[in-house]
Ligand binder design. Sequence first.
Ligand code: SAH
Length: 462
Amino acid sequence: MKFLPIFFDIVDRPCLVVGGGEVAARKVRQLLRSQGRVRVLAPSLCVTLQTWLEEEKIEHIAGKFAANALEDCVLVIAATNDRSVNENVSRQAKLRNLPVNVVDDPALCTFITPSVVDRDPIQIAISSGGASPVLARLLRARLETMIPSAYGRLATLMRDFREKARQRFPSITDRRRFWEQILQGPVAEMLFAGQDTAALKSLEEKLDDPNSQPDQSGEVYLVGGGPGDPDLLTFRALRLMQKAEVILYDRLVAREILELCRKDAERIYVGKKKDQHAVAQEDINQLLVDHARAGKRVLRLKGGDPFIFGRGGEEIDTLMEEGITFQVVPGITAASGCAAYAGIPLTHRDYAQSCIFITGHMKDGLLELNWDVLAQEQQTIAVYMGINGVEHLCRKLIEHGLSGTTPVALIRQGTRPEQKTFISDLSALPALIASEEISPPSMLIIGEVVNLHHKLSWFKET
Ligand code: SAH
């Protein structure tokens, strides 16, 4: 059957729901969201409906269904667990040409309710025509991830400026072009990033400036790609990855993650090649500026979180100086990813009340860290880039008071299918690392919480 998709105005109009259980409550919630005046007919109400009755959100007609309850209603939903009652409701409604829905019984319905992606005032309704509500729900979940939650605010902004845009661009073609640019350009991105005031100001400026030309400015997205498992990307990261025309990435970004970027984007590798130096930070900063200046949307894709040992601060510093629009998208940092996948909580009421993230990267053969602060009981230390300096690191922690038996986890290729966790302690770790092949990237977690790995590890390592 092919239903007619329509959106129905029920604001302040009486809608009848027959049934007082949780299923009925679900339907009532939908009707309330569209501001219908809801009457629930049932001998008794479940807790949810009872609460809404007390809050005066709904009316209650106590008792059994009789046809006179249908009078003056604009639609009716039957949600009882008694098929004969549902049938009767359906029959009586059809006699009166009243739209009727019977939950989970398509044969008795004259309308069905779709799965909805709600970005008020935008609504996307999905229906499988009753064939597979589960599939419709799955589709909905996919759309939910693809459509930024701020789309509703974007639509509202456009509505508020419709008249002004009509005056500024009398030709419909110009107007369409203008809105297309707004929707795909920095104004929309500002809104998605929660900068509503800046978005409003920028839109106003564009409409007020009689000489304003189509926007040619590019922008930069500094995005955290997480520790490796592509499912750990944020919705926003994925959306910007599919939007950017130029991508600057380095070694830490997993191949599966890069594959999720827009296929026709220019990809620029700025990490270290074998036996070669990485592209210098200043050069990366300049590349970002140059491509944005050329009007491109540029993605700076980083492993983990861009603000944790990612030099993200330096990159946006340059962008800020150059007046280039940018946004920063946080990612799951390696410490969180590795800890979660190794079954090691970074804090725990009994074993660690604090957690410190440090870099184990040595400068001139030395680690300049505040050892007294690090060598504390009841604290977890997450060490990034700690493999080369491990001998120095362990020795210093022991010298400053930590026991040689303090447990340490080394997590190699965390969150990826190749993940491997090695458990050791401060005294034995350097020898372990020397004897195993520890391919990067690897993370160290030091502290009593590591003991929980044996009990809590859930991710199956090969
Ligand atoms: N910005 C990144 C960290 C960059 S420093 C973040 O927030 O995660 C690079 C170091 O991160 C590596 O040397 C390693 O110690 C750690 N690291 C990154 N990804 C990792 C992974 N999947 N498994 C283990 N360690 C990882």
